[in-house]
Design a protein around this ligand. Sequence first.
Ligand SMILES: [Fe+2]
Ligand SMILES: [Fe+2]
Length: 305
Amino acid sequence: MTTEIQSMMSQFRPGFCQPDCVEQDCPSFTCPPPGIIPLRRGDFIAESISNNLFWLRIMMEHALFMRLGFACVNIDLINEAQQYEQAYTRQLNQARAVASAPTEQSVRALNQESIELTQSFACFKTMVLDRILTCGPAKIGGYNFPLLIDHIRREAVAFVSRLEALQTGRVEPLALTIVRDQTFWHRIMADHAKFIVHLLDPSERGFVDQANSFSVLFDNKRFQALDLKSMLEPNFAIYPILKRFTRDSLQAAMQIRDFKAAVTELIAECELLSVIPELLADHVRREAERFVETMQQRLHELSQV
Ligand SMILES: [Fe+2]
Ligand SMILES: [Fe+2]
């Protein structure tokens, strides 16, 4: 092994860790790797800019959706959500300014500000979820599904986690990145399908059936990705199955993206019965597009191994 690969490997701690465990539950023993494990290190400037431009807009819209979903008596929560909306608008403008002439220093500062803002926003989402789940005087009503708040909190945590990896230069096996991207996005897509089912007018039977099918498809794909992750532990070597699995995920991602694009267009033309705001339809369409782009990028990285 070259010194560079040895030092990169020392940044990754292989081990057995089921996704439903907290870190303390993961056993510390490992097994000798079958050979050299391909590692992935992101391009600091390009990936930082791309993550900020994509996720800051998404976070700003989460604040807007939360605000619209609160009961009108919860003025304090409505105001707090609006403050996040404004903070993300400013941060997105800052990201666009940095993106026009990025330097390592300006990108690093931007990442740090986005991390701090999003950690705070994830805590706001947690507080709101606690108040939805609780029973007693602190309980809030409104129209924000508990799964929606959990879902948008997972998206915030994923954004923070990606930026922290870039800030610290953390590297990990390419196979781990690929299965983790898939378990994350499959779950997000399955949730979207469920939200669409519940926000469509019940009379729209054909669209309800299609959305239900996507929910089943992506739940299954997530379980399949979790099985694969389990098989690849602890070393995350690359095997041919990973390529086919990623190709299949790309296919499914394109299908749900096209479905969401069709739904967004029908909503814009007032030709679909639902309580889905056009911005929400477009929001989930953009997330599906991000999933498509991520799978295309991973297939490209696999072809370089
Ligand atoms: Fe989102
Ligand atoms: Fe989402």
